[in-house]
Design a protein around this ligand. Structure first.
Ligand code: M6R
Length: 606
């Protein structure tokens, strides 16, 4: 939530700030602002709304200073407004700060500061930080920032600029991401790599507790006690094009179409005749010592976890519980050193998931992170890490991250099954053969979007849509419904088909669209009778079936076929039409697909 950028060098800072904020807009987009040191004065401009509003305001008035900070906001404390937009400053406009996170003790701090005579102009938690620096400053900028950090509680990445120190920016991190990009005679600070990738691939990734003192020719790291820290340079492998739209109208459509490659790239490092995970190197003793597995995640990653549960329970025969990260740590989970906690997170920065991971570690669990961002906070916190190779996912609606999470969870289950010999070697071989075909089968699924476009146009203005399915189809239904909700704002609900008769069937009336998944052969007959139940209430039913299914068409208005494969792998194909349906429904309704209202890509607040 919220994107931070900073520049210090010889060039006009505003150019990088606006470019960087454009790349970070997925993190929040309800207001934006910049502060640029122009020598005699600090130039500040803010605008409520999308970044384009700020750009419009700046159009004929671009500041020329070479040091600056910027922010794109996702409101937590205080509604979106010019006054609540960052950067925030102290009473005398000597110190400016941008912040991502939440200062939990800000009310107490604010009261104390007001008692000392400080005047506040915003409703934000962040403004206290600027006033605190003013209070703590006695000539030494670094010392003042360290003093502030000792007083604030909560999660933050912070970037400070001072009128008194035009040659220095100071960044600090706690539970929210921050990277420093190293240039020649210039340095960059940002919440995420896409903001700096067009300028440099040499980066430092900050850890919790790190403070970076950034000047144009140097970056020095200290800890909160002021002691120097040695940090290794992290070379970013992917290129700038990977974070651009590449000719597609939206990132989401691009990312849907990137799935064959993303899944192939995720599979290939782990296939060598059998499934290998060098980064795990587990053995039979290790697995015998695990008597319970938790999968913990949020949103789409949680839905991938639900599928992961099926994979592990079916192939490894170990008990798996799936939990929402935001619930897990508040219900005193039964976790000990015989528990394996797997957290799944595309960004590797979701605060709820990170907190759940820390809780699991505290309780003594073995921890495994499945992330898409090498070096992310979650990746660094977990004992074991395996990575999806989806490349940067920019659209708020997760697509390629989901399918790569599914394939990695499938391979993880196969890997565990190989070690524990829980299924015959021939069955593993058969499944490996099928999983190799998945990238091509996703391409095939993507090759005929016209019917999906038509359905989206036909049903894009309905108020309610239901998704039904049994077994793994139910997990995919949940993901399909989330996609539709978040980008088209249509009320969409997913139900386990067998549950309909226990209540939901009352909502099924003439003309209500129902998306019915019927790809799971083991429960096919039962699914079919549930589909007939909704059809009998005159719902308009669109079926999702495996190629070769000749039954469903007899009963349904429309059927979308996906290539056939094992029922464990078919979720990777069945989800694709649902992603496309959501995309085209959102387009039909004129929604901002990549930046849905009230949401942000990376949720680094609780
Ligand atoms: O980065 P993460 O995978 O941890 O993010 C988790 C959720 O916030 C994310 O999947 C969210 O639900 C997506 N917007 C769904 O499309």
């Amino acid at each position: 939530m919220c994107g931070i950028v900073g520049y210090i060098g010889d060039k006009r800072a505003i150019d990088f700030l606006l470019d960087g904020l454009t790349k970070l807009e997925y993190r929040g987009y309800d207001s934006a602002g910049v502060a640029v040191n122009c020598g005699d004065n600090i130039f500040v401009e803010k605008a409520v709304g999308r970044l384009s509003s700020l750009k419009e305001k700046l159009k004929n008035n671009l500041p020329v200073g070479t040091v600056g900070i910027g922010h794109t906001r996702w409101a937590t404390h205080g509604r979106p407004s010019d006054l609540n937009a960052h950067p925030h400053s102290d009473c005398h406009k000597n110190f400016f700060v941008v912040h991502n996170g939440i200062i939990e003790n800000y009310l107490q701090l604010k009261e104390d500061l007001i008692a000392k005579g400080h005047k506040f102009i915003s409703e934000t938690d962040t403004e206290v930080v600027a006033h605190l620096v003013e209070e703590s400053y006695h000539g030494d900028f670094v010392l003042a920032v360290r003093d502030v950090l000792s007083k604030i509680e909560g999660s933050y990445s912070l970037l400070f600029m001072s009128k008194f120190h035009p040659d220095t920016l100071i960044a600090a991190k706690q539970d929210n991401p921050l990277v420093v990009g190293i240039g020649k005679g210039e340095n960059f600070i940002a919440s995420d790599i896409p903001a700096i990738i067009s300028f440099t691939r040499q980066t430092y990734i900050l850890n919790d507790g790190d403070i970076a003192v950034v000047q144009k020719n140097s970056v020095n790291f200290i800890n909160r006690q002021g002691l120097p820290i040695e940090k290794k340079i992290f070379h970013v492998k992917w290129n700038a094009a990977a974070a651009e739209k590449g000719g597609y109208e939206h990132f989401m459509l691009k990312e849907i179409n990137e799935q064959p490659k993303a899944v192939r790239d995720t599979i290939s490092p782990h296939l060598n005749g059998k499934v290998t995970f060098n980064e795990l190197n587990w053995n039979e003793d290790f697995l015998n010592n695990i008597n319970k597995i938790y999968i913990v995640a949020c949103g789409t990653a949680y839905h991938a976890g639900l599928v992961g549960k099926f994979y592990i329970e079916k192939l490894v025969r170990k008990l798996v519980e799936v939990d929402l990260a935001s619930e897990f740590r508040y219900r005193n989970p039964i976790v000990d050193d015989k528990t394996l906690v797997i957290v799944i997170s595309q960004s590797g920065e979701t605060l709820d998931t990170l907190a759940a991971l820390k809780e699991a570690k505290k309780l003594g669990a073995k921890t495994l992170a499945v992330t898409n961002v090498v070096g992310s906070s979650i990746a660094r916190e977990a004992e074991f890490v395996i990575n999806t190779a989806a490349g940067p996912e920019i659209a708020v609606a997760s697509t390629k991250a989901y399918t790569t999470q599914l394939i990695l969870m499938f391979m993880l289950a196969l890997y565990m099954a190989q070690i524990s010999k829980s299924i015959p070697a021939a069955e593993i071989e058969r499944l490996i053969k099928l999983l190799k075909k998945i990238p091509a089968q996703i391409s095939e699924t993507l090759s005929d979007v016209e019917p999906i476009k038509t359905f989206a146009q036909m049903y894009g203005f309905n108020d309610d849509v239901f998704y039904i399915g049994r077994s793994l189809d139910y997990c995919v239904a949940l993901e399909g419904a989330l996609k539709l909700k978040e980008i088209s704002y249509i009320h969409a609900e997913a139900y386990a088909s067998g549950e309909l008769k226990h209540g939901t069937l009352a909502l099924i009336v003439e003309g209500v669209p129902v998306i019915a998944l019927a790809t799971q052969k083991s429960v096919y007959e039962k699914t079919l009778s549930n589909i007939k139940e909704v059809k009998a209430r005159d719902a308009i039913v669109i079926g999702i079936a495996a190629a070769g299914d000749s039954e469903l068409e007899k009963y349904l208005d429309h059927v979308i076929f996906v290539p056939d494969t094992d029922e464990l792998l078919i979720p990777l194909l069945a989800v694709v039409p649902l992603q496309l349906l959501a995309y085209y429904a959102a387009i039909t309704r004129g929604c901002d697909v990549d930046k849905p209202r009230n949401l942000a890509k990376s949720v680094t607040v609780e």
